[in-house]
Design a protein around this ligand. Sequence first.
Ligand SMILES: [Zn+2]
Length: 334
Amino acid sequence: MRVRTAALVALAVLLVDLPAASASQDDLERARRQANAAASDVFRAETRLSRVQGQLADLEARRRATEQRLRGLQRAVREAAVSQYLRGGGGPGPLDVDPSDAAATVRAEALARMVAAQSSDVADAYRAAAADFAVVETRLSASRKDAATALADYRRRVSAATTQLRRLQALEADRIARDKARRAAAGRGSGKPTRPGSGQVIGKGDWVCPVQGPRAFGNDYGQPRGGGRRRHQGNDILSPQGTPVVAPVAGVATKHDNRLGGHAYYLHGTDGVTYYGAHLNAYSSNYGRVSAGTVLGWVGNTGDARGGPPHLHFEIHPGGGGPVNPYPTLRQYC
Ligand SMILES: [Zn+2]
């Protein structure tokens, strides 16, 4: 019931606000939906890319292991052939593998003749390993193609999402300018520009969206990342580089630079929840005790996000414990 009352109040606020900029509001809402859809496409492409890159890494490790085994067996086959020759057992002699002969094909043919001339366990093992190696090579070349396709698709999706975010940014700037003009015409609040900076509190409400500016996100919690070796423990909020990142609630903020997260932070909220944000372009000077909406830094792509689209990686840890999906909260407040 309280939820419904709150929704009605929100609706009433929206209706009161409507006459001034209704077309612009529609455009904004549509642009936000499109940006979020484009972000979800990015995350799906990222999941596919992560999977194929994981498969590729596994195959490359298998190729290395198979190659090493093959080399060991090659040596064993040569030694067996040499000792067979010295015993006078016939077959190809050591001169067939003249080490000064640089032509790989000649060496390979010589080795093949040695193997064919033998029926020992070592030759059988060599033949099996060579067959294994050929299979791995074939799979590797297919996997490399898959990875290249997935990477190209991911880059296309990132570029599409970036375009959507730019549109959203233009629409938001337009709306802010219009609101300002309206306030100036009404003769209030005409002077101060609201440029977000270090030390400034922006955003309002009991829970403030951590990215204050054009943003796009989706439900990418739990998706495989890092070549499928780990799960995504938060949501990525795509946003242009330099967009302010703020504390969603009051609490104590600490910097936490690390390899994966780059410039990252913890916010131990007065609501008993620990928040984690990562990949900041830069930190603000506001660490320690902060209020909701305090700027903690700016969106970037530091850490393992380097080279990828700028975004805030955002996690929610109730009671400072394991992470939960931030998506329902972000949907409500962002
Ligand atoms: Zn992330």
